[in-house]
Every structure is written in C-alpha cells, then in structure tokens.
Design a protein around this ligand. Structure first.
Ligand code: TYM
Length: 333
C-alpha cells in the first residue's frame, strides 16, 4: 500500500504557504490512490515556548483549517500528535539512533535557535528525531511537504536506514519526499528572497488563512513587484523573484502549470495581473476562512473528531511500535 503522512505545527498564524505548499496537496493525495494520515504536531510546537490556552486554540483551529480545506476525517486519519503517545515512545528510540552530527547540520535548528544557541530547548535540537518517528510510526511511504522540510526528510531516511542496518532488519521504509507543484516555496510579498512565514514582523508580507476578502485583495495589490510586463515563458521569470512568486501562486490556485498561466497572461502589466490574482485568491481562500470560523463555533465537534482520529491512528501505530520494541530487545513488548 501507498501511505501518506504529513504534519503541521499548531503554532498559530497559518499562511498561504501552509495551504499551497502543504494542505492543498494533502487534499489532492486524499483523492488519489493513497491511505492518508495528517497530524497536528503539538509536541513539535512546544519546542519553542507556547502559551497553553493558545496552543489548545491553535490546535483546534488547525483542525478546522484541515477540514475547511477539504480533508475529510472519514477518508483520512486526522489527529493530534500528543493524543497518540506512541509518537513520543518511538521518538525516544530515534533520539538514540540519530547522531549529534546529523542534528548539528540542520539549518532549521540554526535558524530557529538564532544566536543564543545555549538557550534553545533540547527538544528544538532533537526535533527531527520526533519528526522521523511521526512518519515511520505509520510506515509511511510518501510525505508531502514544502521545500523547507527537505533536509528533515533526508534525516528521516537516514534514521530508517541506520535502524534497519544496526538491527539487521528490513523494517522501516525509506520514505519518499513529495515536494511538487508550482508552490513548494511561497515567498514573502515584501521580499522575494524570503519565505512567506508567520514569523515575519510585517503582516503585509503574507496572506493569513484567516484574512477576509478585502485584506487578501489589499495585500496582493500592495505586493512588491518589478516594473516589467509578464513574460510569456517561464524562463522570462529568472532573476525576478517577486514576479515569479505571484505567477506561481496564480498557477497553484488555478491548478495550472506556470507555462499555461504565462501563455494567457504574458505581455500583461502587473496593474492588470494583480486584480486577476486577487479575484482568484479571494474566490479560493475566502470560503476556507468562512468555514474555519464556522467550525470553530463548535469545539466539542472538533474535539470529537480529534478523539476519533487518535483512536484510528493508534490502531496503525501501536503494532508498529510493539514490533520496534521487540527488535530493540525491550522486555514485555
Ligand atoms: P510547518 O508547521 O512549519 O509547516 C507545515 C507545512 O507547510 C509548508 N510550508 C510552506 N510551503 C511552501 N511555502 C511556504 N512559505 C511554506 N511555509 C510552510 C511546510 O513545508 C510544511 O509542509 N516539521 C514540520 C512539521 C512536521 C512534519 C512531520 C511534516 C512534524 N512532523 C512529519 C511532515 C511529516 C514543520 O515544521 O512544518
């Protein structure tokens, strides 16, 4: 079987990058020939400080985002990481498989820890071992993510290979990263060399999944561009990061390739293209925001969905953890 696993941190501030780089792809894979498992990774979120009430709110809001975007909790297993304790258990084993040297190379740790590395949590350092556990606990074969997760997925493959080698088994699969489509790296609207991110101080740099129609249109109108007209072929976007970003977003939102989009809009000025993009973005995103806020009115319903999802996830995870414990030599497994 082909099994998909992916996760998103409930650390608040979901952006268009999370939607186009991740959730929109999750929905597409749910419709294909895969078993799909999607997770709110609250244990990863707490590797940096989280206010407890906000963490709970953000976890429920993330669940609402998944559902509003088209994840069907009947078709996919949709759950919250801390409700399936096997993640922590396998995560510990992988802390003992992964090497310090591997972790030291992780660029995300360096970015997130910043200059004051002595003060970063140990959890932030070993974050990728828990991520490997998330994926391998389900023997997932495919992991759809945005481009920024590539290095973590390589580490996941290394963990699987080292475990298999050290214990002389063919137990964990070597997972395929799925980093595909025109929007694997959605960039800031203020600076085309930076990733669109919730941590950017400027709210104008990003579209939040909770923005209303006016806000979405305003941010696109004000997005930084260059003075040239749009090219009619993709190679005409080279060296034009801001222009390329808006075209990529248009392509992703309209389910077309970049070349298809450019064959229609090539030659147009941004003064004409931006309103087209704004209309498309409002048409696709505003209904998601509306549905999210509707779902958030009944948190009991959301909690029931998460409880059911955790139960189903444990059904898959528990036997794999048990077998792992046996392989490692734990008595009573
Ligand atoms: P997180 O929560 O930072 O982001 C969730 C997903 O959104 C993608 N993404 C983007 N894609 C394109 N352009 C952007 N600007 C952009 N910003 C975010 C991310 O690539 C990601 O796919 N470590 C993971 C969470 C995780 C996970 C896992 C993922 C934990 N366990 C197991 C896959 C499998 C993270 O921090 O994603």
């Amino acid at each position: 079987t082909k099994r998909v696993f992916s996760g998103i941190q409930p650390s608040g501030g979901l952006t268009l990058g999370n939607y186009l780089g991740a959730v929109k792809r999750f929905v597409e894979m749910q419709a294909e020939d895969y078993e799909t498992i999607y997770c709110m990774v609250d244990l990863h979120a707490i590797t940096v400080p989280q206010e407890p009430k906000k963490l709970a709110h953000n976890t429920r809001e993330l669940c609402a985002f998944f559902i509003a975007s088209g994840i069907d909790p009947e078709k996919s297993i949709l759950f919250n990481q801390s409700q399936v304790p096997e993640h922590t258990q396998l995560g510990w084993i992988f802390n003992c498989v992964a090497r310090m040297g591997w972790m030291n190379r992780m660029t995300q740790f360096k970015d997130k820890a910043g200059k004051n590395r002595e003060n970063a949590s140990v959890g932030l350092f070993s974050y990728p071992a828990l991520m490997a556990a998330d994926i391998l606990l389900y023997h997932a074969t495919h992991v759809p993510v945005g481009d920024d997760q590539k290095q973590h997925l390589e580490l996941t493959r290394d963990v699987a290979a080292k475990f298999n080698h050290d214990f002389g088994v063919e137990f964990f699969p070597i997972t395929e990263p799925v980093i595909q489509g025109p929007a694997t790296r959605v960039m800031s609207f203020r600076d085309g060399s930076k990733k669109m991110s919730k941590s950017d101080p400027s709210d104008m740099s990003r579209i939040n999944m909770t923005d209303d129609a006016d806000m979405i249109a305003q941010k696109i109108r004000k997005a930084r561009t260059d003075p040239d007209a749009l090219p009619s072929e993709q190679k005409g976007l080279e060296g034009r990061a801001e222009a390329a970003n808006l075209v990529n977003i248009y392509a992703a939102l309209s389910d077309q390739s970049v070349d298809q989009v450019l064959s229609d809009v090539g030659g147009k000025q941004f003064s004409e293209f931006k309103p087209m993009l704004a209309d498309l973005a409002v048409e696709k995103l505003a209904p998601i925001a509306d549905e999210m806020s509707r779902l958030m009115q009944d948190t009991h319903e959301i909690d029931a969905i998460l409880a059911r999802g955790a139960e189903r996830a444990r059904g898959v995870a528990a036997p794999i953890l048990k077998r792992t414990y046996e392989i490692v030599g734990m008595v009573g497994a």
